[in-house]
Design a protein around this ligand. Structure first.
Ligand SMILES: Cc1cc2nc3c(=O)[nH]c(=O)nc-3n(C[C@H](O)[C@H](O)[C@H](O)COP(=O)(O)O)c2cc1C
Ligand code: SF4
Length: 443
């Protein structure tokens, strides 16, 4: 059943099957929402305090309210299931275990913003989850909950068509404006904002983009009311959160828990602690792009947007990456940076060039060929990326670097040399000591 601990992934066997979902009251919340004025639905979601689960934790109701009320253009809803951030693997649980709640959330959101078409954008590598979600969508169409059948089922003239759009394996297509370019069939380049999607989105029309988990919360908010939802977890970031725990823990996985649960509680009580009872050196709490935290500073940190900001990091996608005391942080940072270098779309010079420069320096550090000056150079490159790019991939690449170095400076410095002698062979002189190389060439 849906409880204050289990909103998105309730413990109901076979809930992915449409008959089971229906038996448990499925699609009745869409019916309830359709009977309300769209503004009432927006107001309910606003008051519930639901914040986006895709990274920025922006108010879902407020975002919906930005959609123009009177326009002769079609409006669209995009559902972001690109989920390519390293350390983030929670949306696929919804595609697999509770796809109909997502579909119902899509219907309610479309009613609220006045959209008749929705695109569910799913990460290209998620073959299994694309299939599973498509099956659920086909069943919802066949049962008349989506498309032309809605007239009979819900007794409404309001109709929504939902399409699954597969990505092609680019992390950048999770950024909302490149996601829209990708759907339009263009290269996944982020767009300059403003204009924001609600003003000029898909094909130049008003568009709202929401994360999969965000929308999966909506039917339960309609069912149980905004007061119920807003009383769960942290008052300023209420509800449950799907925490994805990976790295050095005994039981990695996705844990749905109220927002504001202690980070240490999630790691030690739910994820089973660290193998071999080793100490934790570092935790990245929101997917690889968020500022890393020191293992000795985790006590009392709550997992919600405001508490993590206060602790010097960010909730991101709530992908908690745990690293034990034996972890080589230079190797970790080089791997993370290699990812962002590879995924940079190349439009902005600081991101295109800077990610490559950071990677070169980090590789030099990993080989033991770097000096302490390289550390400052690394941070200076990261600072020049941060805030100077079209989209937030720039920050995603810069933050782990600058905050990891800042918070673990001692460890980095201990692996740096003061000076390095670089032996540059003088080719002209060395050739003098050998047989004339040109004379040895036979034509
Ligand atoms: C480089 C980059 C990648 C992103 N990837 C995702 C993603 O995979 N899924 C997602 O929901 N949001 C992703 N986002 C955030 C989206 O741009 C957008 O803010 C989000 O989908 C809005 O949904 P929400 O308000 O429901 O959180 C990404 C942002 C950036 C800058
Ligand atoms: S910040 Fe990077 S990924 Fe984003 S638009 Fe610029 S070059 Fe592309």
């Amino acid at each position: 059943m849906w409880t204050k601990e289990r909103i998105v992934l309730p413990l109901i066997e076979n809930l992915h099957e449409i008959e089971v979902y229906k038996k448990n009251g499925g699609y009745q919340n869409a019916k309830k929402a359709f009977a309300l004025h769209p503004d009432e639905v927006i107001d309910t979601v606003k008051k519930s305090g639901l914040r986006g689960r895709g990274g920025a934790a922006f108010s879902a109701g407020l975002k919906w309210s930005f959609m123009p009320k009177s326009t002769d253009k079609p409006k669209y809803l995009c559902i972001n299931g690109d989920e390519s951030e390293p350390g983030s693997f929670k949306d696929r649980q919804i595609f697999e275990y509770n796809p109909h709640q997502l579909i119902e959330g899509v219907l309610i959101a479309c009613h609220a913003i006045g959209a008749n078409i929705a695109y569910v954008y799913i990460r290209g590598e998620y073959h299994k989850w694309i299939k599973l979600f498509q099956k659920a969508l086909d069943d919802a169409y066949a049962a008349g909950y989506v498309g032309a059948g809605m007239k009979n089922t819900f007794g409404t003239d309001f109709k929504v068509e939902i399409y699954v759009h597969k990505g092609a394996g680019a992390y950048i297509c999770g950024e909302e404006s490149s996601l829209m370019n990708s759907i339009e069939g263009h290269r996944g380049y982020p767009r300059v904002k403003p204009p924001f999607p609600a003003q000029k989105g898909l094909w130049g029309c008003p568009t709202t983009i929401n994360n999969v988990e965000t929308l999966a919360n909506v039917p339960v908010i309609i069912d149980k009311g905004w007061e119920w939802f807003s009383s769960i977890g942290s008052p300023k970031h209420p509800g449950t959160i799907l925490y994805g725990v990976s790295g050095h823990v005994n039981k990695p996985g996705v844990y749905e828990l109220p927002s504001g649960t202690l980070l240490t509680d999630i790691i030690y009580n739910y994820a089973g602690g660290v193998p071999g009872d080793k100490k934790i050196k570092c935790v990245i709490p929101g997917g690889s792009s968020m500022p890393p935290l020191r293992g000795d500073s985790l006590e009392g940190i709550k997992m919600d947007a405001d508490s993590l900001k206060e602790a010097g990091s960010s909730i991101g996608t709530a992908g908690i990456m745990v690293m034990d005391e034996d972890t080589d942080l230079i190797a970790v940072l080089a791997r993370i940076t290699a990812f962002y270098y590879h995924e940079s779309c190349g439009q902005c010079t600081p991101c295109r060039e800077g990610t490559g420069w950071m990677l070169k320096i980090l590789k030099r550090m990993a080989r033991g060929n770097a000096t302490k000056k390289d550390l400052d150079l690394l941070v200076s490159v990261a600072n020049n990326i941060d805030g100077n790019t079209i989209c937030a991939l720039g920050e995603a690449a810069a933050w782990p670097v600058k905050f990891m170095v800042q918070r673990f400076r001692d460890e980095f410095e201990s692996k740096m040399k003061d000076e390095i002698e670089i032996a540059v062979p003088n080719k002209v002189h060395s050739m003098r000591d050998t047989v004339n190389p040109i004379a040895s060439i036979t034509i």
